[in-house]
Design a protein around this ligand. Structure first.
Ligand code: AOS
Ligand code: ZN
Ligand code: ZN
Length: 388
């Protein structure tokens, strides 16, 4: 009998993870961007590649867009294109980090003209959401300062709130805004939304349709991320995840690659807080594939999330609660670790086959010939996000 009981499989069957369109483009560091043969040349091809991930895993039914990286003439057509390929268009990400005007800020800028330009960009993103049927507007701000004294920290926070209020006012009844935090980069002294507390304070003042986005790579080393997950779920303000791995900074590596145990602990708190398959929480990847092929990189990523979710669902909660209540530290820890150390991969492969999927999605994709086909068909791929 499988180690994954029917209750666990029912939960896993509902799991869905949103893919970032930019993960399919070329990306790199400030030192070098290595091109990958077959890289998509436009948003249509990015969505076609994302659909491959879903085809082999049944885990990734939606794709997040980045505006203006994913600018097209007709979002109705893009939506139909996605639907024809069995996926939908998800979160719309705004971009206020590429224009010269935003050198000293966008939503926080001293100059009202620059702030208005940034606000208008977000309103245009909501227009896109209307056409794509997307629910969430994700805002990550590259705003901050490099030197003490450079900026009026308090004034910027006030202006941020005013700007966000104007964006919030444009949201439809079924739309939301998620505000992502990041402790540093591109600014190095201060960031205007550096932590979950600031994001929470800002979105709480806006209203119910504003939530926090937690990117797993945006914390200082040693931060207890699962505690933040617990707290935001407890407060009803965890709107979305950007999953990835970090060794050093905002590495955007494959989720679960750097620290599988941390991913397990996060997913345990997600389940504990009622977040798994709770429609209020969007599970997204925010990754880049600098040196590995992008489609298998994304397949590996969603499988990592699925595997750690399965392990987290295996925690014997009754035994854990009993040990916690009786103060049996080592027994509680042992219950937790038993689940973490359970290899669920054979059981998941078996289960996939019962659902008409390949037991090994990585191997099935590699054998499909799609990678060779796109490498032959596509010439001149775009860097992640840059260009059409
Ligand atoms: C940036 O560090 C953030 O993680 C954002 O989510 C960003 O929009 C994304 O990485 C695409 O650049
Ligand atoms: Zn992110
Ligand atoms: Zn990031």
């Amino acid at each position: 009998m499988s180690i994954l009981n029917p209750a666990v499989l029912t939960e896993l069957e509902k799991q869905s993870i949103e893919l970032p369109s930019w993960a399919f483009g070329n990306s790199g560091t400030r030192f070098k961007v290595f091109g990958t043969p077959g890289t998509p040349r436009d948003p249509w091809e990015k969505i076609a590649d994302a659909a491959q991930v879903n085809k082999y895993t049944a885990l990734a039914p939606s794709v997040a867009l980045h505006i203006p990286w994913d600018l097209v003439d007709s979002y109705d057509d893009l939506r139909k294109h996605a639907e024809d390929l069995g996926v939908s268009l998800g979160t719309v990400n705004s971009n206020t980090f590429q224009d010269d005007d935003y050198k000293f800020g966008a939503l926080t800028h001293e100059d009202a003209a620059v702030r208005n330009k940034a606000i208008d960009h977000h309103l245009a993103c909501i227009d896109v959401m209307d056409a794509t049927g997307s629910r969430d507007l994700k805002i990550w701000l590259a705003e901050g300062s490099n030197y003490p004294g450079q900026a009026d920290l308090r004034g910027r926070q006030d202006r941020l709130n005013e700007s966000l209020q104007k964006i919030y006012a444009r949201l439809g009844d079924d739309q939301r805004l998620v505000l992502e935090y990041k402790f540093f980069e591109p600014a190095f002294y201060h960031t205007d939304v550096p932590d979950w507390g600031t994001s929470y304070a800002q979105v709480a003042s806006l209203g119910d349709k504003a939530m926090v986005c937690l990117d797993t790579g945006h914390h200082a080393p040693g931060t207890n991320i699962e505690f933040i997950v617990m707290q935001l779920l407890r407060l009803g303000k965890l709107g979305s995840f950007d999953f990835n791995s970090r060794f050093y900074a905002d590495d955007d590596l494959i989720v679960g690659a750097a620290d599988p145990f941390q991913l397990f602990r996060i997913l345990f708190e997600v389940i504990r807080g009622g977040g798994l398959n709770n429609p209020d929480v969007a599970f997204m990847l925010d990754q880049c594939h600098n040196v590995e092929d992008k489609i298998p990189g994304q397949i590996r990523s969603v499988l990592n999330v699925q595997e750690m979710t399965a392990r987290a669902l295996l925690v014997d909660k009754d035994a854990l609660t009993a040990a916690q209540k009786s103060g049996d530290v080592l027994a509680a820890n042992a219950v937790f670790m038993d689940a973490f150390y359970t290899d669920v991969r054979p059981a998941l492969a078996e289960w996939r086959e019962t659902r008409g999927l390949a037991g090994d999605p990585m191997a099935a994709y590699a054998a499909s010939g799609y990678q060779q086909k796109i490498a032959a068909d596509r010439v001149g791929g775009v860097q992640a996000g840059w260009g059409a």
